[in-house]
Design a protein around this ligand. Structure first.
Ligand code: OAD
Length: 234
């Protein structure tokens, strides 16, 4: 790995929030074992049964009140404060644990549970309450809010900014993600094309582990603080 990276892109996934008590998607007992992806995470599922989908995300949003950021979230916030170079933190997570762990600049490429997207006016609004009771959009008053979460078949947010950062970084770090969902799963190859070093920090080898120049396996709550200490020089 580069000894002193100048520009780092970090991608996080559900595994970084696992030790906080949020279910991952594809591990045993994960969300996609309990729910059908096509029912709760596609535009077609929402059109078929909006009550089911709004209720699913209402429960997940409410559950955020019972969990707390862990050492891995806090370590990345410390990196944001103390790293002197360029840093882009991209998360696939829709929880707010990076922000509550102290990170100020988080790019939520798959959207956020605590945000509403109005299907009438297209405006995104911070949202903490339920949506299944069809509240009016605070901007246009139409009762057409949906979770501001990117579903399968939809375009993740801010891809141009992410690709620009990947093309200029000298270190890409993937934390707690299975490498099963594109485009995020392909970031490691984009970073390698830019000659960046690539590091995987995950509980176990991900699907794309062989693409990384280095992989460390264990819980994020241990691996991430260790790695941040290394980058910041102890
Ligand atoms: P997954 O559930 O697919 O993968 C979670 C990864 O975290 C697995 O590789 C686990 O081994 C690892 N893991 C579990 N506990 C860990 C721990 N304590 N420390 C470190 N790693 C741990 O979740 P994602 O990769 O985030 O998209 O899933 C990607 C996308 O698929 C999600 O954003 C979501 C989902 O469908 C949409 O909903 C669009």
């Amino acid at each position: 790995m580069t000894d002193q990276p100048k520009s780092i892109v970090i991608l996080t996934g559900a595994g970084i929030s696992a030790e906080s008590g949020i279910d991952t998607f594809r591990d045993a007992g994960g969300l996609w074992e309990k729910h059908q992806v096509e029912d709760v995470a596609t535009p077609e599922g929402f059109a078929r049964d909006p009550d089911l989908v709004l209720g699913f995300y209402d429960l997940r949003r409410a559950a955020l009140g019972k969990v707390h950021p862990n050492e891995a979230h806090r370590a990345l916030a410390r990196l944001e404060r103390e790293f002197p170079g360029e840093l882009l933190l991209v998360t696939q997570n829709v929880d707010d644990l990076h922000e509550r762990g102290g990170s100020d600049r988080v790019l939520h490429m798959h959207g956020e549970l605590k945000s509403a997207l109005c299907q009438s006016c297209g405006i995104r609004t911070p949202w903490d309450a339920a949506m299944s009771n069809r509240p009016p959009c605070p901007v246009c008053q139409a009762p057409t809010l949906r979770p501001d979460v990117v579903w399968f078949g939809e375009m993740p947010y801010q891809m141009e900014r992410i690709y620009a950062a990947l093309s200029q970084c000298d270190l890409f770090v993937s934390i707690g993600t299975s490498g099963a969902v594109y485009p995020a799963a392909g970031f490691v190859q984009d970073a390698r094309a830019a000659r960046a070093a690539t590091l995987e920090l995950n509980l176990e080898p991900s699907e794309g582990t062989h693409h990384f120049t280095e992989a460390r396996h264990g819980p994020a709550g241990e691996l991430v603080p260790q790695w941040v200490d290394e980058v910041l020089g102890g």
